[in-house]
Design a protein around this ligand. Structure first.
Ligand code: GUN
Length: 291
């Protein structure tokens, strides 16, 4: 078997086009232009790059992008005061504080300070709490896990009753994606660094979502024939055989998995582009909620 490649770039492009059209439509009827505020504390280059990509995507979708750069020695009180200011700003519909925060800042307190109706990252404890409860709907779902689910849905993967295995239990991806899979009536197993018989459990997966950032740890013979594989990790590794000297890989040994799975996301070009697409969707929703 050779797996179908789940083209996250194309699917994300579709989502972004849908958002752009909806923004144009609402603005044409006199409604407000959606606005996203990004907050970056410190000068981590990777975080800086992610934030720039988010701003650029907003501009392309017709969404206003506001950016606040704060120095690494910003105090907890200063950061929370900035969040309060953005909460009160009616031109700002969504607020995203880029994570991780520099040492010394209390992430949970900052996330809790964001107005739950502007929490386009879906990390506010109330949104995560609702995700964990049956019959309760969060205002927003976190973008990367929601992106995984959107890829599965738009690829026509049946989640109802499927055995889903999630590798990783992070707040940003593993745990929320597991909750979303339960919400879609999958039977979910969460695996992590202390899991016994990891290979045996992964072999039970009809749907496998990997998000631990350990380059190519999941081998081809760990994968159930016909499984659908979503690889969230993007890790830069040395590749002396290539002119540029490096390449990006995921948690799954892609070439091996291609021979066993029925469908798989590539790295890059799989889940990555979906994160920003869902963030735009969430920002549009935040503006609609404020109408
Ligand atoms: N850092 C890594 N992923 C994310 C994300 O989705 N949102 C925020 N705010 N920070 C991140």
């Amino acid at each position: 078997m050779t797996a179908n490649i789940i083209n996250g770039k194309e699917i994300a492009k579709d989502v972004r086009r849908e958002v752009k059209e909806a923004v144009e439509e609402r603005v044409a009827t006199g409604k407000s232009v959606p606005g996203l505020a990004t907050v970056l504390v410190g000068s981590d280059p990777a975080s800086g790059m992610y934030v720039k990509m988010k701003q650029r995507a907003c501009n392309k979708a017709g969404i206003n992008a506001f950016h606040i750069d704060l120095p690494a020695d910003t105090s907890q009180e200063e950061l929370e005061a900035k969040v309060a200011e953005l909460n009160a700003d009616e031109n700002v519909h969504g607020i995203l504080v880029q994570l991780p925060l520099p040492d010394g800042l209390d992430e949970e307190r900052v996330l809790q300070a964001i107005d739950v109706n502007k929490d386009v990252d879906g990390f506010h404890p109330l949104n995560i709490g609702r995700l964990a409860q049956k019959g309760r709907t969060p205002v927003f779902m976190p973008a990367t896990p929601a992106g995984c689910i959107e890829l599965l849905k738009r690829t026509g993967v049946e989640l109802e009753g499927a055995n889903a295995v999630v590798l990783g239990r992070s707040n940003i991806v593993g745990m929320p994606v597991a909750l979303m899979l339960v919400e879609h009536n999958a039977t979910v197993t969460i695996c992590h660094s202390r899991t016994k018989d990891l290979k045996g459990l992964i072999q039970t997966a009809d749907v496998l979502v990997c998000a631990v950032g350990r380059p190519e740890m999941v081998k081809g013979d760990w994968i159930k024939p016909g499984a659908v594989v979503i690889d969230v990790a993007t890790v830069k590794v040395d590749a002396p055989e290539l002119e540029k000297g490096y390449k990006w890989v995921g948690d799954v040994a892609f070439d091996e998995a291609m021979e066993v799975a029925s469908a798989i996301t590539p790295v890059p070009g799989g889940v990555g582009p979906m994160t920003i697409a869902i963030l735009l969707q969430n920002t549009l929703k935040a503006a609609q909620l404020a109408d």
